[in-house]
Each structure stands twice: as C-alpha cells, then as structure tokens.
Design a binder for this molecule. Structure first.
Ligand code: ZN
Length: 234
C-alpha cells in the first residue's frame, strides 16, 4: 500500500515537473491514423505486415473498425425495439386452473407476484424483464446517435456505458431463467398448469437482438471524432 502510494506520488511529481516543461499536451492519435490495429481478442497493438489481417500473437482476424458497425447496430437495435412491443403486450405465460385459463403479460406477472412474501421475485422480474432490456435499447440508441453526430463530449463516460451494456448482455439470459423459474414456482400449486405464451418468443428475440447489437457496435468509433482534442498525459 505504502509502496504503491509512493509510486503514485512520484508519478504525479514527475508529471508536475513535465507540466512545467515545454511539452504539456499532445494531440491524441488514433491507432488507425498510424496504421496500427488492435486485436479484439488479446488487445495486442500491431502493424499489419505481410500476414495482413491476423494478430501476430493469437491469430485473431484484425480490422481497423468492425465492418459496417453503425448500420448493423442500428438494424439490430430497431429490430429489438420492434420486438420489445409484442414482448410486453402479448402474454408470456398462460395459466390454466380449474376455473379456466388466463393469459398473463410480463407486467401482469409482476403484479400477480407482488405480495408480502413474493415481492422480491416480483421486483427481480420487473428489473430483469422490463427495465434492463429497455435501458439497453436506450443506451445503444444514445451511443449510435452521439457517434453519428460526431460528438466529442463525455467520451470516457460513453465507453464506460458501452462496457456496462456489454457486461449486462453477458447476463441477459438471466431474464429468461427468471421467467422460467417463476413459471416453475407457480406450477408448484396443485391443479395448475403454466404454458409459455407467444410473448416469450418475442422476449427471447429482444434478448438475442440486443446482444447482437452490442456485438456489432465498435467502441473505437467513439474516439474517431476527437482527433484534435488535447489531453494531458499525467
Ligand atoms: Zn490477438
């Protein structure tokens, strides 16, 4: 701890000394401008030589930018937004009891589960099935619009937002698990049958499409519009 703190202090002292000197700022240069390519799998920065297009360390295919990233991401985001409507309006499960069968949408399921004992599950379904998918779609639209407008503001925050969406995406299937789990819980009651409704298909489509959208988006695009911005290397 002490050593690390000391190193940090030495670092800032050195930076201060440098700041007093002549070169205090440099214009950041994108790797693409220098002909360098970064590997998406292992992160190695290399200049493509004779073996063009392959990472010298891990063999992953290299590209300066993902092919047609913006168009493909838009296509997946729009498709996800379209599927989001029937996913919420159509019943995700059909409950059959002695009294007859009743279809339930996600929201009706949330309300149905809401009870003094069942509220944690109700809250999980609400967050996993309604809030997270819509937040993911909105975040991707925001990233796409700002990249297309050539925005240079909040670049680091936008990268962080993308990383968050990417991280959530890895856990997206949790939504489906939660719904299945819920159905299984309801099924525990005697003389009751729960069947998946058509809404579940659209819901799964939303999950898959947002994952594909995240996969298509190239976060390097965020920095492309800021070639002359000055940064202090401290
Ligand atoms: Zn690599």
């Amino acid at each position: 701890m002490g050593r690390r703190g000391g190193a940090k202090r030495r670092g800032t002292r050195r930076a201060r000394r440098r700041r007093r000197g002549a070169v205090v700022t440099t214009a950041p240069v994108a790797a693409i401008q220098r002909g360098w390519q970064s590997c998406e799998a292992c992160g190695l920065l290399s200049r493509p030589g004779a073996d063009a297009g392959a990472c010298p360390r891990c063999g992953e295919e290299l590209a300066f930018r993902k092919h047609r990233s913006i168009e493909r991401t838009w296509a997946f985001v729009i498709a996800a937004a379209v599927c989001y409507v029937p996913a919420n309006l159509l019943p995700v499960m059909v409950t059959t009891t002695a009294a007859g069968s009743a279809p339930d949408t996600i929201m009706e399921g949330v309300i149905l589960l809401w009870s003094p004992t069942g509220w944690p599950l109700s809250l999980i379904v609400l967050i996993a099935s309604i809030m997270i998918p819509s937040a993911k779609i909105l975040a991707l639209v925001y990233l796409l619009v700002t990249v297309q407008r050539g925005s240079v503001a909040n670049n680091a925050e936008r990268v962080r937002l993308f990383r968050t969406v990417e991280l959530i995406g890895r856990w997206s299937m949790v939504d489906v698990f939660v719904d299945t789990f819920t159905a299984a819980l309801v099924q525990l009651q005697p003389l009751m049958a729960v069947e998946p409704g058509p809404g579940l298909l659209f819901f799964a489509a939303v999950v898959v499409l947002t994952m594909l959208a995240v996969e298509s988006f190239d976060p390097r695009l965020i920095w492309d519009a800021a070639p002359s911005e000055e940064v202090v290397h401290a």
